[in-house]
Design a protein around this ligand. Sequence first.
Ligand code: ZN
Length: 268
Amino acid sequence: MTYIDPHIHMVSRTTDDYQRMAQAGCVAITEPAFWAGFDRSSAQGFYDYFRQLTQYEPSRAAQYGIKHFTWLCINPKEAEDPGFAREVMSIIPEFLDKPTVLGIGEIGLNKNSKNELIIFEEHLALAAEHNQLVLIHTPHLEDKLKGTKLIIDAVKNNQEIDPGRVLIDHVEEHTVGAVLDEGFWAGMTLYPDSKCTPQRAADIVEMWGTERIWMNSAGDWGPSDPLAVPKAQVEMRRRGHNQQTISKISFDNPKTFLGQCPKFVIDG
Ligand SMILES: [Zn+2]
């Protein structure tokens, strides 16, 4: 069945993964800027990363008929030094007009530190200034609930940001309600055997419905599964969900959210 994976880090994946994803029905992906598995030593390192995201990956994906879009930022893990973070952020505007850049992301919090929050708020201001969509990473495990609350408060404090143009990712059972209730979009990240599994994602959909929610693999350099979305489609089908519901979560909803950026154009 056709699907969109709206959050996957393909720079860490092999070309074989593109092929397998295409065969499983993937027609488009969006790749947020994130940690590369190591801390980059200069803003120039990010410049090259942004070139990779905006120039190289779209053509690698196109070989398999997959449309590749991206989001730019300095991720919270590398944003602990505000001076360095600002230097990286200063090179983002020149990339925002590139044809496949959808917005600012994945920004957010990692350890919920004060400096992370400052840089998060500055990214929100950058997004507002350039009228960009926003994709937000929430911390994992014990920091998630607190981090999600801090993030929601920070976004609401910026009067120029419309919650309907913000996707808060990595939601789980205890955070999805707050995200949806405040008018944001919610992303469920599927992990092979920890955190949100395809089974738990199906549970969340059964409890919270199908409005303003999507799922993604967040496949990266660590243990992750680039085929997590089609596997969750299979799990939902096994539970008796109809084609329309499955398609809404895995294709229609990401298309609607991402389509708020006129650059996001795909078939179907
Ligand atoms: Zn990610």
